[in-house]
Design a protein around this ligand. Sequence first.
Ligand code: EAX
Length: 323
Amino acid sequence: MRLTRLAAGLALGAAIILPAFAQQTLKMNISVAQNSHYGAAVDTFAKEIEKRTNGRYKIQNFYSGALGAERESIEAVQLGTLDLTVTSTGPVPNFVPEVAILDIPFLFRDYAHARAVLDGPIGQDLLQKFPPKNIIALAWAENGFRNMTNNKHPVNTPADLKGLKMRTMENPVHIQAYKAFGIIPTPMAFTELFTALQQGTVDGQENPLSVISAAKFDQVQKYLTLTGHVYSPALILMSKAAWDKLSADDKQIFLAAAKEGVKANRARIDDDERKAVGDLQSKGMQVVTTVDKAKFQEVLGPTFVEFGKKFGQANIDKIRNYK
Ligand code: EAX
């Protein structure tokens, strides 16, 4: 009899002590490979979370869309079936329409300008549009300036884009602008893109150098032109369900860890921007490095007027002229 009581006492004791050390694992998914600008973000984030919470929280990272493409990941975060994701703003306008203004072509002068806008009041205000959609935007991260690739011919002028069947993100602003170039847009999840290029379902696509490198598109694309036609922001998103369970202190830890993740993300992009063109050329891609961007912007004149009506020209100018 005494033995049973002792065993029960021990079990009860363990039950009382265990929760204090119970580690909680949160799942985080990205659409690109671990060896990438998003991989740098999520691996740094995971390291910081485990360190700053003394192991109370662990981030289990999934790469290359293992838990779904970007749109599916944002949906899962919104539903609370996925805890975190890093995603480009590509599919985000389907959830938070206000963010679409950032996807306007040739809106940002360079990386410093884009980072200043996103880290400043304009970007921080946009992050506040997410909680009503059951999503917490922990921080702005970065995907980079997008460039055109295809298998048909070199693209030197906007006219060279005419008739090309190009995969686009599921983004209404991009699709409207690319149609103005004469492109035949094919919206598609990133996880299907390599196969689509390999099989010739589409002629080309557009992505930042970091993505083109990480996805090894040199294996399925011949021509690259450094159009830099769109700056593609990214976001570190967390489900509100998971966020609401955090203590006030842990919320601050998650925000601080996200900031460290963004630092690693941006540093990797800076490095990719320095090295990727040479690397892709050495792997056989033909790269048009000198692009008359004014010509591409000229073609978009009427589309820019449409965007002015849709988003408010004053709002667009506030971003464009931000110092
Ligand atoms: O966020 O879908 C895309 O082209 C994105 O740039 C990619 O998933 C990285």
